[in-house]
Write a protein that binds this ligand. Structure first.
Ligand SMILES: Cc1cc2nc3c(=O)[nH]c(=O)nc-3n(C[C@H](O)[C@H](O)[C@H](O)COP(=O)(O)O)c2cc1C
Length: 215
C-alpha cells in the first residue's frame, strides 16, 4: 500500500498556490490505484506546538542530566516520526514567508529531525531510516529568486529544508517552484503575469508527473 504523506503549511486557505499544487499531486497519487493512500497533515489548520524543551532534540541517552521533557511532546514526536517513516513519499507545500519557511513547518522539522533516530550522530550504527526516500518540496513565492538574479541567495526555505531532509535524513529531494505568485494582485506588467501563469501550469504538470513517477 503506497503511502503519501502530504504536508501543507500555507496560511492562505482561499488562493494558496502551494495548496493547489500539492492537491494536484495528491489527487494524481490517489488515482493511481485503490491502494494508493494519502495521509494529510495540515500544519496551518492544526499547528503543532513549538518544542518546549531542547532536550527533545536528542534521545534520552544524550540529554543533559536531569532533563525531563514533556512526556506528551515526546509522544507526539514519536508519532510524527512514525508517520514520516511509514510514508513512501513525502510531499511538502512550502510558501516562502519572510525569506524562510512558515513557522508551522519549522515546528514539524524540529520534531522529526532527531539525531541517532532519523539522522546519524555519534553512533556508527545509527540508522538513517529515510535514506533514499523521495521528498518533493512545492515552493511558492511572491518574488523571484532564480539563479543569476540579485536575490538568488535570499531564499532561506529550500536550502534549510534540503540540509535537513537530504543531508541529515538522506532523503532524495526534488523541488517544484512557482514564482511571482502575487503579480496579478499587485498589477505587475502583463509579461510578468504571463510568466506566472506559465510557471503555475508547469508546476501542476510537474506535480502530476512526479506523483505518477514516484507512485
Ligand atoms: C507572512 C508572509 C510573508 C511573506 N514573505 C515573502 C518573502 O519573503 N518573499 C516572497 O517572495 N514572498 C513572500 N510572501 C508571499 C508568498 O510567498 C506568496 O504569496 C506565496 O504564493 C505563498 O504561498 P501560497 O500561495 O501557497 O499561500 C509572503 C507572504 C506572507 C503571508
Amino acid at each position: 500500500m503506497p503511502i503519501l504523506l502530504q504536508l501543507d503549511s500555507s496560511a492562505d486557505l482561499v488562493t494558496s498556490r502551494s495548496r493547489a499544487i500539492t492537491a494536484t499531486f495528491a489527487d494524481t497519487w490517489r488515482g493511481l490505484s485503490n491502494e494508493h493512500t494519502v495521509v494529510h497533515r495540515d500544519l496551518h489548520r492544526e499547528p503543532l506546538s513549538h518544542l518546549t524543551d531542547a532536550a527533545l532534540h536528542f534521545p534520552a541517552r544524550l540529554r543533559p542530566e536531569g532533563a525531563r521533557p514533556s512526556a506528551e511532546q515526546e509522544k507526539l514526536q514519536q508519532l510524527l516520526i512514525a508517520e514520516l517513516v511509514a510514508a513512501d513519499v513525502l510531499l511538502i507545500g512550502v510558501p516562502l514567508y519572510n525569506y524562510s519557511m512558515p513557522s508551522t513547518l519549522k515546528a514539524w522539522i524540529d520534531y522529526i529531525h532527531l539525531p541517532t533516530v532519523t539522522a546519524p550522530f555519534d553512533d556508527p550504527t545509527s540508522q538513517q531510516p529515510l535514506a533514499g526516500r523521495p521528498a518533493v518540496l512545492v515552493s511558492t513565492r511572491g518574488a523571484v529568486y532564480d539563479p543569476g538574479t540579485s536575490t538568488e541567495f535570499d531564499d532561506h526555505a529550500l536550502p534549510a529544508l534540503t540540509l535537513i531532509l537530504a543531508n541529515a535524513l538522506g532523503m532524495t529531494v526534488e523541488t517544484i517552484v512557482a514564482t511571482r505568485t502575487l503579480s496579478e494582485r499587485f498589477g505587475a506588467p502583463a509579461d510578468e503575469v504571463d510568466t506566472q501563469h506559465e510557471e503555475l501550469a508547469a508546476a501542476h504538470e510537474s506535480a502530476a508527473r512526479a506523483a505518477r513517477r514516484l507512485g
